[in-house]
Design a protein around this ligand. Structure first.
Ligand code: ZN
Ligand code: ZN
Length: 259
């Protein structure tokens, strides 16, 4: 079971990174559907998808429209879209407004997170969710849990938030923490003003919650260099951290791994 990083940047695509989209093809699970969602059809292993949206900002939803073809030609029987009701309403009424994108596939199902505490995505595999309050309009964190022998393993996906202490319990002990990191430490004021995180606050969080491995996503798209957030500084707090790159993957069955 592999987690694929299809899109690892924030805001807008650049020559190195498309915007937010993660996928576990073996169980048809997708977190966010940014511009990288055009890569989903090429990785399909199931005829159903479960898509969990953090929030409705365009860099996380615009790629939903790219699923029209596999939803119409039968490669996908259905896609279940889980998000807060306000996010689902925005997707239905604005992204799929007739002048914007005139076809809303019938087999795209809109399912409010408010009505479920746990999303089943396969045998012995479930996703829970938790609200994030410091991003304009709010966002949602997700946690995927599965079992290996008597052990419960987990992946937490947290994007579009400032590290504010409000979700430490939710991500406690995750073997793999995928967390946004839009800014370097010098930009802390901007991070707080825009509801994003800078690198040391994320690595301190990973250390605090006992994460096994930290992968940073949702980087500032104006930075296409190898070290956009000064990762060297970040490693002082938490050694097992790396920046995600598009079209790479992590084998969830062999966690914890060093990247
Ligand atoms: Zn974003
Ligand atoms: Zn956002």
């Amino acid at each position: 079971m592999k987690l694929h990083f299809l899109g690892t940047g924030g805001y807008h695509p650049n020559e190195r990174r498309h915007t937010a989209c993660l996928m576990v093809p073996e169980v048809g699970l997708v977190f966010d559907a940014g511009t990288a969602a055009f890569r989903i059809p090429g990785l399909l292993q199931t005829d159903e998808l479960t898509i969990c949206l953090s929030h409705a900002h365009l860099d996380h939803i615009c790629g939903l429209t790219y699923l029209l073809v596999p939803l119409l030609d039968g490669r996908l029987k259905q896609a279940r879209l889980f998000a807060r009701q306000a996010v689902l309403d925005a997707v239905r009424n604005h992204l799929f407004a007739e002048p914007v994108f005139p076809l809303l596939p019938e087999n795209l199902l809109f399912l409010p997170l408010e009505e479920t505490t746990q999303i089943d995505v396969g045998p012995d595999l479930s996703v829970t969710h938790h609200p994030l309050v410091s991003h304009p309009g709010g966002s949602n964190a997700f946690r995927l849990e599965w079992h290996r022998g008597s052990k419960t393993l987990s992946l937490a996906y947290v994007t579009d938030t400032t590290v504010d202490g409000s979700y430490d319990d939710f991500i406690q002990g995750a073997q793999l923490l995928v967390h946004e990191c839009y800014f370097s430490d010098e930009q802390i004021e901007l991070a707080q003003r825009t509801g994003h995180s800078c690198v040391s606050m994320v690595t301190q969080l990973a250390q605090r919650v006992g994460a096994g491995q930290l992968v940073l996503v949702h980087m500032d798209p104006t930075r296409t260099d190898n070290n956009p957030v000064n990762i060297t500084q970040a490693r002082k707090h938490f050694r097992n951290v790396c920046l995600a790159e598009d079209q790479t993957h992590i084998d969830l069955k062999s966690l914890p791994t060093v990247c």
